[in-house]
Design a binder for this molecule. Structure first.
Ligand SMILES: Nc1ncnc2c1ncn2[C@@H]1O[C@H](COP(=O)(O)OP(=O)(O)OP(=O)(O)O)[C@@H](O)[C@H]1O
Ligand SMILES: [Mg+2]
Length: 345
């Protein structure tokens, strides 16, 4: 959903369940350059609440963060997690982009499980070949109630929401090289794991699985008879290492992670049924829980693909004295950097 009027300056805000992060960039000699960044914790549950008092508290925290980071504008680009949008691939006969918006409106009710007057529609053209007889388009619908909640939070913080992006797309902007390759971006979050298949820079699929840090910790606490705080420590420390604690933590999390693996495989199969000849080159992972020990090697073995930790600073210029600090925060800043990069890369 784009509300830009013209080429206005803005910054990116990632409203997460456990914290808010912001990034402001400026183009200097065509290179996105870091102006400021910042993050602040958010009490868990506040962001998922629809109570006006909780939204007001989110706005207060956001306002403080923006003031502390000395952001130079009130214009914001924010993002929605995949779990808050409906995304489906729609096949259409050959047509120009300006016709797609019109045509898709009449077809959307077949794909969206909500009345169309209660959603905002957006689309991405997947098929780039202008001569193809049939084209594929990724249709994305955002419930109006969700968009309004975000508008309210920013408005109450004295900010102006310019665009509501999708986190997986923002992450691909910050972490996927600008090249003609296919990559799956996977974000491990607190309640879900979200993924986007990005084909030559275009989102081909967006999915969300109900497996997240909270369920991985819960299942470990149940299987090992630990309280949740201890279980979290074990997950963070031993992760998927099979030689630690006789592999008990590994075995407790494996069935849940295999659901994630299956969903990534299904997404790739679905996409390549109608896009033969292309192939995912690698999987890029992000989000706090991506740093669970041995996560990349576990996924690489299960998927038979290279898996790497995303680096959202790869397209950004910044002073060398920031290098250590920024690389230490790479997994939590992928969304905010990608939002700040909108209209830049
Ligand atoms: N190394 C880790 N091992 C296990 N859990 C972790 C690890 N790092 C972070 N977490 C947990 O993962 C969840 C998501 O962390 P993240 O930093 O990505 O927060 P967020 O972006 O605010 O959350 P969300 O994406 O769900 O909105 C949090 O609940 C956090 O406690
Ligand atoms: Mg997040």
């Amino acid at each position: 959903m784009d509300l830009f009027i013209e080429d206005e300056h803005y910054f990116g805000v990632d409203l997460g369940n456990s914290g808010i992060r912001l990034v402001e960039l400026k183009l200097i000699h065509d290179k996105p350059t870091l102006v400021t960044y910042g993050d602040i914790e958010l009490p868990f549950g506040l962001m998922s609440s629809d109570a006006p008092a909780d939204q007001a508290r989110v706005s207060e925290v956001l306002k403080k963060l923006v003031a502390d980071a000395r952001v130079s504008t009130k214009n914001v680009v924010a993002g929605l997690p995949a779990s808050k949008v409906f995304a489906s691939v729609v096949k259409l006969p050959k047509m120009a982009d300006n016709e797609i918006a019109h045509t898709i409106r009449f077809q959307a009710d077949k794909y969206i499980p909500m009345p169309l007057d209660q959603v905002k529609l957006d689309f991405f053209r997947i098929t780039q070949d202008k001569e193809a007889e049939e084209i594929e388009v990724l249709l994305v619908a955002t419930p109006t109630s969700v968009a309004n909640k975000y508008l309210n939070i920013f408005q109450q913080a004295g900010l102006e929401l310019m665009a509501l992006d999708i986190n997986a797309i923002a992450q691909s902007r910050s972490m996927v090289p600008n090249a003609d390759i296919d990559v799956v971006v996977v974000e491990f979050a607190s309640l879900t794991t979200d993924m986007g298949l990005i084909s030559a820079g275009v989102p081909g699929l967006i999915r969300s699985v109900n497996v997240g840090a909270k369920s991985l910790i819960r299942v470990t606490s149940q299987n090992l008879g630990l309280d949740e705080a201890q279980a979290e420590q074990f997950v963070r420390k031993f992760g998927l290492t099979q030689t630690k604690l006789e592999g008990q933590v590994y075995r407790s999390m494996k069935p849940l992670l295999d659901n994630v693996v299956e969903e990534i495989k299904r997404s790739m199969e679905f996409f390549y049924q109608s896009n033969p000849g292309r192939k995912v080159e690698k999987v890029v992972i992000t989000g706090g829980p991506a740093s669970i020990p041995e996560m990349p090697v576990y996924l690489a073995n299960a998927l038979g693909l290279p898996v790497e930790m995303g680096n959202p600073w790869q397209k950004i210029s910044y002073a060398t004295e920031f290098t250590d600090r920024l690389s230490g925060m790479a997994l939590s800043y992928s969304t905010a950097v990608g939002l700040a990069l909108r209209n830049m890369v």
